[in-house]
Design a protein around this ligand. Structure first.
Ligand SMILES: [Zn+2]
Length: 252
């Protein structure tokens, strides 16, 4: 039941994004984060020292909330969400988590929130600190760490921002798995500010990519005529322009 609460808020956020109701999307992404931080996502709650891997999803929900409030024309709320994400990431880095790689990942998130606050210099400093932490952790499988619960939501955040271009994992992490984490940090240093600026300039965030189907003969987008579709949040959206092409099956 509790897992549903977080999922329901996330699905509602995605539907609000599709409808360009960014105020509502910001609220729902915020509530997703609060549910997850309370341990209502079927995982660890915040402040659980064993819960490092669970922190990524709520931090990314706060980052998405910040993006949505900015698009809604409420920059003060956008800053508030970024500041609360920054505070959480910093607190977990300094007081909750003990594994070097998890503390480094918190520093990386701090960099992302600094970007959301428009401070590239502090973002670069946070990414440098993260890079030192990853190096000191001496992970046997750096590429594998990017697929775990702490960093994987951060990858999805980048891919979401890049839609409809849809960055790939390789574009973010490079082709050398040993250098995946340092390449990821360099990518963020170089590109996150412009990915955010592109969203804010366009005034649009698209729905995240779920499972997709190309050239389907079952759906035609009423807005642009595309038959490429994105299945996400229990519904079907045009992969090209995000128009709902059909309500999904009701989740009971
Ligand atoms: Zn369309």
């Amino acid at each position: 039941m509790h897992a549903r609460a977080a999922d329901d808020h996330r699905d509602a956020a995605i539907h609000a994004v599709a409808a360009d109701r960014y105020d509502r999307a910001g609220d729902r992404y915020t509530l997703t984060a609060y549910e997850l931080l309370s341990g209502h996502g079927g995982s660890h709650a915040a402040f659980d020292p064993e819960g490092g891997t669970a922190l990524g999803a709520p931090l990314c929900s706060l980052a998405l909330a910040s993006v949505c409030y900015r698009l809604a024309g409420t920059p003060d709320r956008a800053r508030a969400r970024a500041q609360s994400g920054l505070a959480l990431a910093t607190e977990h880095r300094d007081h909750v988590l003990t594994a070097r790689e998890e503390r480094a990942a918190c520093a990386e998130f701090a960099g992302d929130f600094h970007h959301l606050l428009g401070d590239r210099e502090r973002a670069t400093g946070a990414y440098d600190r993260a890079g030192e932490g990853y190096e000191a952790a001496d992970l046997g499988n750096p590429a594998g760490f990017t697929a775990r619960g702490l960093l994987e939501p951060g990858t999805r955040f980048l891919v979401h921002l890049s839609r409809p271009d849809d960055l790939t994992w390789d574009e973010i992490h490079g082709s050398d798995p040993e250098r995946a984490l340092s390449t990821r940090l360099r990518f963020k240093s170089a590109r996150l500010a412009s990915l955010l600026a592109a969203r804010f300039d366009a005034g649009v965030l698209m729905t995240p990519r779920g499972s997709t189907e190309y050239g389907t003969d079952r759906f035609d987008c009423p807005a642009c005529g595309s038959s490429d579709v994105n299945y996400v949040a229990g519904a079907v959206f045009c992969l090209r322009c995000d128009t709902p092409v059909r309500d999904g099956p009701r989740q009971g």
